[in-house]
Every structure is written in structure tokens, then in C-alpha cells.
Design a protein around this ligand. Structure first.
Ligand code: PMP
Length: 416
């Protein structure tokens, strides 16, 4: 199953530029992906033809805007095989989706001495909301470790989940190591203990077929901007029964049924969780991103990224003094490839590589617990998407050879 990157690249206007006199090589897709012309056009079309506030109006533009907004909900539900569009709540990003669940479900169900189980691999978005919840409610956080290859220690995780566990949360795919966690297996562990299971899917929904029914999780969070869609739109999926039972997150317009002096009643889900005027234009344009990915096919996206990742792991391993952090088996990993180079700081690596027109990321990648576990302050990270080609990995390798020439090579560090 192969995809036509030549044709795909034609759809992404931003890719056709030079940076420092070299063709842009964009390998920072785990941070955010580029947008195809159809998404940009959908945004412009919305503002030029349909802009109106939604739900309240009965004039033609309001009806059109409402239909498009709600149509995106239906498409997103279908994209992740959610049983009902009402299970899709639009937020600002993955971070807000996770905070929403921590504030609402968490504040109601988590009590003094209860335990929340997560892992040291998690992004800060899936750590800090639980730390805040634990502080508010007097709960305890327990972190599962990763092994030296960068896989989650499943046996350790199993032993951390006890009858005291109220909630288990885990990333589906790592933004640093690339590791894909066995979500359905973890769902069984969590449910056997009667715990709620929340999945941070920010790095999986954009890159591989995700079916919430098959995964068996209760809650799933992801961001549109990491899957060819606009910034400012996040998704929280949860079973509608769970959403019905949860208290609201933000109060205000749109989320109420009746307001009286002594109190209010709430709108039906998902509107109960979408207070105020939402990010209508970007939600509408998100639909074009979902269409775009569906037209390629998520199986094909995954196969393409597997091939690119295998090529990258192979080529990077030829660079002296370079250490790759994370699994080497592409069946169990996505396309985020982190590495360190003896002597060179990741920020210096990024700066030199940028002079070759190659965009990669350097830093702790919002994963300071994992950095500590890896024993490094930061890593460099290349991450791939549908428009990347092997020739761009060659450009990265060539740029890294330049880094090596500048910094010399003082031997290889040990992995993880
Ligand atoms: N989780 C993971 C695994 C991520 O990679 C990211 C983005 N780097 C987030 C959560 C947060 O996403 P956002 O910034 O869109 O809220």
C-alpha cells in the first residue's frame, strides 16, 4: 500500500518554499502538521460565504454554519468509529480535553486516597491535569516506567493497578520515543479494576486507523492541528452515557437548557460541554482535513510512515556518535524519532540542521519525566507525515553529518 507523495505535496502550499536557500524539509509533524489547500480553502470559504453564529439563529447563514459545524462532528465520529456523534465534544486542543475530564469526572469521582495510574512517558498535558486533580482531591499518582527499549513496562503497570485505582490514563503513541502502547490490553486491566480509562491519542489518531470501540477506552483526546486540520480545535470523545452523567466544565451560553435565579439546567450532550461561541470556522475546516485523510486512507498513512521510519532508523544509525531513543521495530512504533549526538546539544543540532532547510524539534518535548528517565536534558526529534519522502531523510542525514563535522565525534552513548 503506497501513497503518492508527489501528488500529496502539490496539495500543501507551504512546502514549496526555500529556507536558507534550500528546499524546506519539514520534519516537525509531531508538533503540528501542515495544512492542505482544501483546509485553507474551507476556512476562507466559511468566512467569505457562511460566517454566522451557530445553534441560536434561524436565518439562512446561521442554519448553514450550524449544519457545517454539526456535520464535522458526525465526520469526526465516523473517523474514529465512535458509536454516536453526540460523544464528540469540541475543545481547543488535547490539553483542554484532558483538563475537561480531570475537572468534571475527576472532581466528582476521585476522593482522598484514591489512585490514578499513568506512565513516565506521558506528555505534560496528560500529567499536570492529574497532578492538579490529585492535589484538589487528596489522591495519589502512580507512574509506570518504560524499559530500556522504550516500551511501557506492562507487568509493572499491571501491578500498579489495584482496587484503589479510580482512573488509568495512557498515551496511545509517544511523541518522543514513537512507542505505540497496547491500548486494548491496558483497557482490560483498567476495567478489571473498575477504573475509568482515558487515552491521549494526540499522536495516534493523525497517523494510524483508530477505532474507539476496538480500543475499548472510555475517553479519547486528540487535536485537529496534528492531523492536517486547523489550530484551535481539540476533540474529546467519551461514551454518551458517561458525558450525560458528568458535571459541566465551563458555564455560560450554549450549554444551558433553562436558567433561573436559583440555578440552571444543562443542555443535552455534547452541548453541555461547549459553553460560549465555539471555534466555528476551524471546526468547519477540520472537516476538510478529515476528508483529506480519508481520501488517502489511514491504513495507507500508517504504511507510508512505517516505511519512512524504517528508512530513517536505518540511515540515522549510520551516523557516528548518534543514539536513537525508542523502539526499533516499526510495527510497534510511530514516526516520531528522537535522538541525541555525543557532544552536540539538541538546540545546536536544530540550529545547524535548519541552515540546511531542515525543520526538526529540540527540547524536552513536554516530557520532562521521560527525559529524566532517559538521562538526557533534551533530545532532537524528527517526525514524519503523509507528504514526507525518503529524500528528505537523506537531507536530514546530510545535515547531521555537518553537525558531526562541527562537533567532532566522541563515541556512542548508551541507549535509553
Ligand atoms: N499529548 C501528546 C502525546 C502530544 O504529542 C501533544 C502535543 N505535542 C499533546 C498531548 C498536547 O497537544 P495540544 O498541544 O494540541 O493540546
Amino acid at each position: 500500500m503506497s501513497i503518492d507523495t508527489r501528488a500529496i505535496r502539490q496539495d500543501f502550499p507551504i512546502l514549496h518554499q526555500e529556507v536558507h536557500g534550500r528546499p524546506l524539509v519539514y520534519l516537525d509533524n509531531a508538533a503540528t502538521t501542515q495544512k492542505p489547500r482544501s483546509v485553507i480553502d474551507a476556512l476562507v470559504r466559511y468566512y467569505e460565504q457562511d460566517n454566522s453564529n451557530i445553534h441560536r439563529g434561524i436565518h439562512t447563514l446561521a442554519v448553514r454554519a450550524t449544519e457545517q459545524y454539526e456535520d464535522t462532528r458526525t465526520r469526526v465520529a465516523r473517523f474514529i468509529n465512535a458509536p454516536a456523534p453526540e460523544g464528540i465534544v469540541f475543545t481547543r486542543n488535547t490539553t483542554e480535553s484532558l483538563n475537561l475530564i480531570a475537572r468534571t469526572w475527576g472532581d466528582t469521582h476521585v476522593n482522598e486516597g484514591d489512585e490514578i495510574v499513568l506512565s513516565v512517558m506521558e506528555h505534560h498535558s496528560n500529567i499536570v491535569p492529574w497532578q492538579l486533580l490529585a492535589r484538589r482531591r487528596g489522591a495519589v499518582l502512580k507512574y509506570a516506567d518504560v524499559d530500556d527499549q522504550g516500551y511501557l513496562k506492562l507487568d509493572e503497570l499491571r501491578s500498579l493497578i489495584t482496587p484503589k485505582t479510580k482512573l488509568v490514563t495512557m498515551m496511545h503513541a509517544s511523541n518522543v520515543l514513537g512507542t505505540i502502547n497496547p491500548i486494548s490490553e491496558i483497557a482490560e486491566m483498567a476495567h478489571a479494576a473498575g477504573a475509568l480509562f482515558v487515552v491521549d491519542a494526540a499522536q495516534s489518531v493523525p497517523h494510524l486507523p483508530v477505532d474507539v470501540e476496538a480500543l475499548g477506552c472510555d475517553v479519547l483526546a486528540f487535536s485537529a492541528h496534528k492531523m492536517a486540520g486547523p489550530t484551535g480545535v481539540g476533540v474529546l470523545w467519551a461514551d454518551t452515557d458517561l458525558l450525560e452523567e458528568m458535571q459541566p466544565f465551563l458555564g455560560g451560553g450554549e450549554m444551558i437548557s433553562v436558567v433561573r435565579e436559583e440555578g440552571s439546567t444543562w443542555a443535552d450532550v455534547p452541548h453541555k460541554f461547549e459553553a460560549g461561541t465555539p471555534n466555528i470556522a476551524d471546526v468547519v475546516a477540520f472537516s476538510a482535513a478529515v476528508d483529506y485523510l480519508e481520501s488517502i486512507g489511514m491504513e495507507a498513512v500508517r504504511e507510508h510512515e512505517k516505511a519512512l521510519t524504517a528508512y530513517a532508523l536505518d540511515r540515522l544509525s549510520t551516523i557516528e556518535g548518534l543514539t536513537i531513543h525508542g523502539p526499533t521495530d516499526v510495527e510497534h512504533r510511530g514516526g516520531a524519532v528522537s535522538f541525541t549526538m555525543a557532544e552536540a546539544h539538541p538546540h545546536d543540532i536544530s540550529t545547524i540542521v535548519d541552515t540546511h532547510g531542515v525543520a526538526i524539534r529540540a527540547g524536552h518535548h513536554c516530557a520532562q519525566l521521560l527525559m529524566r528517565r532517559l538521562g538526557v536534558p533534551a533530545t532532537s526529534r524528527a517526525s514524519f507525515y503523509i507528504y514526507n519522502e525518503t529524500s528528505e531523510i537523506d537531507a536530514l542525514v546530510e545535515a547531521l553529518e555537518d553537525v558531526r563535522r562541527v562537533f567532532g565525534h566522541a563515541g556512542t552513548r548508551s541507549a535509553v
